[in-house]
Write a protein that binds this ligand. Structure first.
Ligand code: B12
Ligand code: SF4
Length: 477
């Protein structure tokens, strides 16, 4: 029987799910447990459930556990990113057919709300700090609306701290994961952030982050912010506040940090030991065309040296497949990464996530090969590359990984690493393991999560994209 969303309920049973497609479920990798940090999505949503509702909350992250298809609940919230949307819709359809109210939210729902709406009783578009509690109150009152939208006056402060107890901490490498900001002021053509949330940087009051770190008695912290230095003034305030905590921290930043020596020095003094930077390409032309001209490949060697001089390791991420890339791009980039001494280089196939400038361009040129969103994971070719074949892009990416993670090149790169040799070798060994088994594993699961944050990937020959490309003639995060 399908339950009515107009029925009043008390003490609702809320279930929160982070779905994962078959490629990404239970990825224990070589260490037998998830080498990921705990994502903050479900802990954040759980903390926002209004106390007066007297709700029970159950959380499932399919990366580490099974979702019982016969679970009992009154309302299920699923978080959706593009790569998991197929699985999310499958679960949503299943639970709705069992009469349970389903709510969808997250980056993919924000990018494609009309698509998500077809699989949900209600969706939340944008950040949900205000809308999720409102939605739950409406649900309990029997007055659920189909769509809730982040307000224009949204502020990222004054909410309860994430409730990390809703997920089993022991299944993750660490739960000392924090978020200071959201959004980014830049507009890189392939990036989901400006497409989904605009170019405004949202910031949590620094005191809230300090309180969260103290409450967890964290000695090491991971910041998941996609660009921690979007607002340099705020970043400086945050780093100052971290000084007395004497922690080591890891996060994501743009190369712009290295143009501001006082801020870089402050970051290092505040405990920064590892940064992930989207270096993207070794071609200035490619960067410029994709609105990332603030990156200058001529400066990359200097950036690595500046970071190393301050005991900061670098995970440098490159993407392959942008329009100027030719078949020589793979080895050129991999050799460059080795020569620069990047501690952990990563190579991804560029993904035109729906809603991004890149997606719009490729779609208008008829070059999107598949809309099977589960292949939109930075690891499959889903569009027709401009100057190479799909196979070249796939295999070239694999070659770059293998080159950068051959033993001689690991040793070459690590000559100047600021990390301890044991640590640097362990993390590189982890990446090497995957670099040589890309068709079997999902490289995101490996150790930079020990160092910091991360994106980027794995690849299998994408059967769908491949077949469609063949049919149409021919022959990057
Ligand atoms: C942890 C993380 C992961 C984890 C788990 C992600 C997951 N949900 O499954 C792992 C490591 C598995 C992962 C993998 C990948 N990730 Co990731 N990841 C993140 C990261 C760094 C943090 C997520 C987080 O904790 N956010 C904090 C919470 C509070 O924010 P939030 O999730 O956005 O949730 C808020 C709202 O969106 C909303 N909301 C979200 N879900 C729901 C659900 C309901 C019911 C409601 C009401 C509201 C709601 O409410 C929350 C509060 O406002 C984000 C970047 C970021 N800083 O957010 C990227 C991000 C989610 N990842 C991204 C990407 C691209 C990837 C990869 C493709 C990277 C790669 N090449 O490997 C893979 C995808 C794998 C796949 N299966 O396809 C993109 C998503 C883009 C997209 N369109 O899908 C993001 C946004 C980063 C980016 N580059 O822009 N990732
Ligand atoms: S790629 Fe990085 S710098 Fe560019 S818009 Fe996205 S988060 Fe900002």
């Amino acid at each position: 029987m399908i339950a009515s969303n107009m029925t009043k309920r008390s003490s609702p049973r809320i279930v929160l799910i982070s779905p994962k497609g078959p490629l990404y479920r239970h990825r224990g990798g070589i260490f037998g447990k998830s080498l990921r940090y705990m994502p903050l999505t479900l802990p954040t949503l759980a903390s926002l459930v209004p106390k007066e509702l007297d709700a029970t909350i159950q959380c499932f992250d399919e990366g580490i556990m099974d979702v019982p298809m016969d679970l009992e609940g009154d309302i299920i919230g699923l978080t959706v990113i593009t790569g998991t949307s197929k699985r999310a819709y499958e679960l949503a359809d299943h639970f709705r057919s069992r009469g349970i109210t389903v709510v969808l939210g997250g980056p993919h729902v924000t990018l494609l709300p009309d698509e998500a709406q077809q699989h949900a009783d209600a969706i939340v578009v944008g950040y949900a700090e205000e809308e999720w509690p409102k939605l739950l109150r409406d649900f309990v009152a029997g007055n659920l609306q189909p769509r809730y939208q982040q307000g224009a006056d949204f502020k990222l402060g004054g909410y309860p701290l994430p409730d990390r107890s809703v997920l089993p901490e022991s299944k993750f490498l660490t739960a000392n994961v924090f978020e200071a900001t959201r959004g980014c002021v830049h507009n890189c053509s392939f990036c989901v952030v400006p497409a989904a949330w605009g170019r405004r940087p949202w910031q949590k009051p620094v005191e809230e982050i300090v309180e969260d770190i103290k409450r967890r008695k964290a000695r090491k912290a991971i910041f998941i912010d996609l660009n921690l230095i979007s607002d340099k003034h705020y970043a400086a305030k945050l780093f100052e506040a971290l000084l007395p905590l004497k922690i080591q921290w890891y996060g994501l930043s743009t190369t712009i940090l290295c143009d501001d020596i006082p801020l870089l020095d402050l970051a290092a003094r505040s405990g920064c030991r590892g940064l992930l930077m989207g270096l993207e390409s070794v071609s200035q032309g490619t960067l410029k065309k994709n609105h990332k001209a603030f990156n200058n490949p001529d400066e990359y060697p200097r950036i690595v040296k500046q970071l190393h001089a301050r005991n900061i390791s670098l995970q440098g991420c490159f993407v392959f497949g942008l329009d100027d890339d030719r078949p020589d791009v793979f080895m050129k980039t991999a050799k460059f990464a080795v020569e620069c001494g990047i501690d952990l280089p990563r190579f991804a196939i560029v993904t035109p996530f729906p809603g991004t400038g890149l997606y719009k361009q490729l779609e208008s040129e008829g070059r999107i090969l598949t809309k099977d969103w589960q292949l939109y994971d930075g690891q499959h070719v889903v569009f027709q590359p401009a100057q190479m074949s799909i196979e070249e892009l796939q295999l070239g990416t694999e070659k770059a990984w293998k080159y950068a993670y051959s033993w001689p090149n690991i040793f070459r790169r690590l000559r100047h690493t600021p990390a301890s040799w044991a640590f640097a070798l362990m993390t590189n060994y982890g990446y090497r393991y995957y670099a040589y088994r890309l068709h079997r594993f999902y490289t995101c699961d490996v150790p930079f999560e020990m160092l910091g944050g991360g994106n980027s990937g794995r690849f299998e020959l994408p059967v769908v994209a491949h077949a469609e490309a063949m049919a149409t003639s021919e022959v990057r995060l």
